[in-house]
Design a protein around this ligand. Structure first.
Ligand code: HEC
Length: 169
């Protein structure tokens, strides 16, 4: 009898916990930041670009948390992922994307990979100052490209000339 009661009670408790778990307010997940929609990019072209770019935000969030705590291996791994991310091929003449994306877009895309590679190197050397430096340069490239994409002017992109690294302050 006593045993039965224990079983019944524990079943009740387990049930209550289960219900509490089911009913608990779902943690509000703040929506991921989105880049605005530039008017000059046709939706079809945008969909192509978007499919390639989706992981950027996640990767940068991951990277910043690794870099700030000097998790060199984690930083190297995440920067390696950015490096490995598929890039948009420079379009052939007549390609729809060619009309909407300036050459500078592809230059920035290359720069991002170059910076990711240098960040991996700095992390591998356990060089915290260099790691911080590379991180900030990499982030600037994200912003430059978004600015270019949204506003469509090459000069809005941090003033670097194509094929060159942004000056290191
Ligand atoms: C070569 C250009 C380029 C570079 C460099 C670049 N991005 Fe993007 N990114 C884009 C474009 C274009 C879009 C918009 C795609 C669209 O229209 O939805 C975008 C979208 C995003 C979005 C929004 C995704 C969404 O679903 O709306 C985030 C977040 C983002 N990028 C983060 C980053 C971060 C972080 C970096 C640097 C590590 C970076 N990007 C580097 C071009 C770039």
């Amino acid at each position: 009898m006593k045993n039965k009661l224990v079983v019944a009670t524990s079943t009740l408790v387990a049930g209550a916990i289960a219900i509490a778990l089911i009913l608990r307010p779902t943690r509000s997940i703040s929506p991921l930041p989105e880049l605005g929609t530039p008017e000059h990019i046709p939706p079809a072209a945008r969909a192509v670009i978007r499919s390639r770019m989706q992981r950027h935000g996640e990767q940068l969030g991951n990277l910043v948390s690794r870099v700030v705590v000097l998790d060199y291996d984690g930083a190297a791994r995440t920067a390696g992922e950015i490096y490995d991310e598929p890039t948009l091929a420079r379009p052939l003449t007549g390609d729809e994307l060619n009309a909407v994306l300036p050459e500078r877009f592809f230059v920035l895309q290359d720069e991002l990979r170059g910076e990711a590679r240098r960040l991996v190197a700095a992390a591998a050397r356990r060089d915290s100052a260099q790691l911080a430096q590379e991180f900030s340069v990499l982030t600037k490239t994200c912003i430059s490209c978004h600015d270019l994409y949204l506003h469509g002017t090459a000069d809005s992109a941090s003033g670097t000339s194509p094929g060159r690294q942004p000056p290191i302050e």
